[in-house]
Design a protein around this ligand. Structure first.
Ligand code: SF4
Length: 329
């Protein structure tokens, strides 16, 4: 599979409000992140709330400020002033947001909501828009009559289907889904997960999935990137990471959720302490105040990503071996 999206050393930072005559200050939500998404695959970015995963996803589509680094879409440099590349990215990368209640304009009919990208990109005239909206509603499992109704007339799961239909309208190659299940009832989550899987198979889509839900990640993703305080700390194929996490943070995240499949908890200690503030991150390895393996070196030297095998890397001075990671089923 060839690469569709490549992010190189991307940093995202936001200005903090300061008083008059005080030097401007910033918070760095994403620091030097590099990753890629291949055609037809799903890469999940996981981490605690505040880890920077949403800022990373939003920066790809221009909704968060990329301060440094590069974003290449289909081989073209999006941040370097290539207007064609930017236009293609805006059409071919679409976003599905967490909250299907807040992301749909309550004043617009479903017809107008789903047709909006077609109007923006001027790809269809009015009659072709109506036909395309009906096709899209069918693709996401909603009846044609839904086109004339308004968001408040639908359940949460149906609204997320409408949001997915809108994202599919301009025939994207990549969908960035930011916690697409977390606002839904558990009983509805599996239906939306199945829809996402079916659409990927039928349309050849790629997903960049932002989630803290390991069951969803296990179901949908091919590879996982784990973020901690703005940095990628581990990247691995999904089964490798679930069976033998190499980074102590990944192991702690997994120890805090029931094991996928049998519902039992994993061995190992769950996360302790709070995520530090990105305004004032700890020196050395940012995870060291919470890490049970922290040594003196960790307090002063930030670990660089280390390749463990093809497609696997970890940023840790003392990564876990398979036996320590609680790999036994
Ligand atoms: Fe823990 Fe040290 Fe690895 Fe950081 S570098 S995760 S503190 S062992």
């Amino acid at each position: 599979m060839s690469e569709l999206l490549r992010i190189e050393a991307l940093s995202v930072r936001f200005a903090l409000r300061t008083g008059w005559l005080r030097p401007e200050r910033h918070v760095q939500a994403v620091s030097d992140v590099s990753l890629y998404v291949r055609r037809g695959e799903t890469l999940a970015v996981v981490g605690e709330s505040g880890s920077g995963k949403t800022s990373l996803a939003r920066a790809v589509v221009g909704l968060a400020p990329a301060w440094r680094g590069q974003i290449h879409f289909d081989g073209r440099d999006v941040l370097g002033g290539d207007r064609t590349a930017l236009r293609r990215l805006r059409r071919e990368v679409q976003m599905v947001f967490q909250d299907p209640f807040g992301s749909l304009d309550p004043r617009l009919s479903v017809q107008d909501i789903v047709a909006e990208p077609l109007r923006i990109h001027r790809t269809h005239d009015a009659s072709a828009q109506r036909k395309r909206v009906l096709e899209l509603l069918d693709q996401v499992g909603l009846p044609a009559a839904a086109a004339q109704r308004y968001p408040h007339q639908f359940s949460g799961g149906q609204r997320q289907r409408i949001a997915i239909a809108r994202a599919l309208a301009p025939q994207p190659q990549l969908i960035i889904a930011d916690e697409p299940l977390s606002a839904l009832d558990v009983s509805i989550q599996s239906q939306v997960m199945n829809l996402m899987s079916e659409l990927r198979a039928r349309l050849g889509l790629s997903y960049l999935l932002v989630s803290h839900d390991f069951a969803a990640v296990h179901h949908l993703a091919d590879r996982i990137a784990v973020m901690y305080l703005g940095r990628i700390v581990e990247t691995a194929p999904v089964d490798d990471l679930f069976h033998a996490p190499a980074h102590p943070y990944t192991a702690a995240l997994l120890a805090s959720v029931p094991r996928v499949g049998n519902g039992k908890r994993r061995p190992g200690s769950a996360l302790r302490g709070e995520l530090p503030s990105p305004v004032n991150p700890p020196p050395g390895c940012a995870f060291h105040p919470r890490c049970p393996r922290a040594a003196e070196r960790c307090r002063v030297e930030a670990p660089l990503p280390l390749a463990l095998s093809a497609g696997r890397s970890v940023a840790c001075h003392f990564p876990l071996g398979p036996a320590e990671a609680g790999a036994a089923p």
